[in-house]
Design a protein around this ligand. Structure first.
Ligand SMILES: [Fe+2]
Ligand SMILES: [Fe+2]
Length: 357
């Protein structure tokens, strides 16, 4: 938990340091300082994509390789494969470039802009196995802030006029929810050639319709976007129409596919695939709808539901086939496939806490 809280505050600080400063090197320089200061790893820094090579950027720690070719070492592999690499033991990584024998584990996270990788975050640790899903999740978000450039005026307006509306909604849809949807939307946006301002605004408005009740909140959110005169300062009528449709499509219930990439981004950012939450909701539903079932009956029902929806070949569809939800779904599938004891323990915990409540 401590790590998550640390990252939450690092994310906020880097977000505000980037605001109004579009230069990537300046952003990376300050981000290095914050990440090194707060996390205290052995080496913290950046490589920029320059033509056919990665070139060393701002960093904190001992001297490092200045240029890395595509496919070479952990950094070059992350570039070639266009994905985050978490390496628990760098000495076992094929073709590892040993800049220092003191480094034992490493994480490399791509920074993307409009679908292109433009740089990488690279962090090395003295310990083995330092980095996990929490680092990956938050460094991905931090990378999306470094790689994107949301208009500061638009951000100001949304922070002042739109986000405060969430304070009056139910606990599951307060400020932390909309902030998380904004942050995830920017992560997904980096994978596509899309307008970041539009993604930011759609995420910020997506649940504003809750002011008129839950049932039609998605269509109300769309109406609020269409009727917002201030949004015309940043967007054309066409863009506003596209954003309104995207907000409406965030509630992708019934499995209907969002009409545009903007709808897919917000719908994906709005859901969090998390094994514990999924099991808890499944048990909750079973207890509410099948009161005749005992513990064993609920377990069987849970297994059946997970098999149909989440296991390999299940009907759940991700709107975006990579990024945080894809990684989480794969991790959950691995539990369903290979760790029945862990799955049962997750069920027992959910069942006990719900029956006691
Ligand atoms: Fe919603
Ligand atoms: Fe939402």
């Amino acid at each position: 938990m401590e790590k998550t809280q640390k990252y939450e505050s690092i994310y906020k600080v880097i977000d505000s340091l980037c605001e109004g400063e579009p230069d990537l090197v300046a952003r990376m320089a300050n981000a290095t300082s914050v990440l090194a200061e707060e996390l205290g790893h052995f080496w913290t820094g950046f490589y920029r994509v320059c033509g056919e090579q990665l070139v060393l950027g701002p960093f904190n720690g001992p001297v490092a390789c200045t240029r890395i070719s595509k496919g070479k070492g952990v950094c070059g592999c992350a570039w070639a494969q266009d994905r985050t690499l978490v390496v628990p033991n760098v000495h076992e990584f094929p073709g590892h470039i040993a800049c220092s024998s003191l480094s034992n584990s490493e994480i490399v996270v791509p920074i993307r802009h409009r679908g292109q990788m433009i740089a990488e975050i690279d962090i090395d640790s003295r310990e083995f196995g330092t980095f996990d899903e929490t680092d990956e999740f938050w460094l991905d978000r931090i990378a999306s802030v470094l790689g994107s450039n949301v208009d500061p005026g638009l951000k100001d307006y949304i922070r002042g006029e739109i986000l405060p509306r969430y304070a009056s909604f139910d606990p599951a849809h307060r400020l932390d929810h909309v902030q998380s949807v904004i942050a995830s939307s920017l992560v997904y946006a980096g994978h596509y050639d899309v307008d970041e301002n539009m993604c930011y605004a759609v995420a910020a408005y997506h649940d504003t319709g809750l002011a008129f009740g839950r049932e039609q909140h998605h269509t109300e959110s769309a109406r609020i976007i269409r009727e917002d005169a201030r949004l015309r300062e940043w967007f054309s009528e066409e863009q506003i129409a596209l954003m309104a449709d995207a907000a409406e499509d965030h509630r992708a219930s019934g499995g209907r596919e969002p009409r545009s990439i903007y709808g897919k981004i917000v719908a994906e950012a709005d859901r969090q695939i998390d094994g514990e939450t999924i099991i808890r909701r499944t048990v909750q539903y079973g207890l509410g709808h099948y009161p005749e079932l005992d513990r064993e009956g609920n377990w069987q029902r849970t297994l059946e539901h997970l098999g149909k929806k989440y296991a390999d070949g299940g009907y759940l569809r991700l709107w975006i086939p990579f990024g945080p939800n894809a990684a989480r779904l794969e991790a959950f599938r691995d539990i369903i496939r290979n760790h029945p004891d862990r799955l049962r323990a997750m069920f027992e915990q959910a069942y006990d806490s719900l029956v006691q409540a």
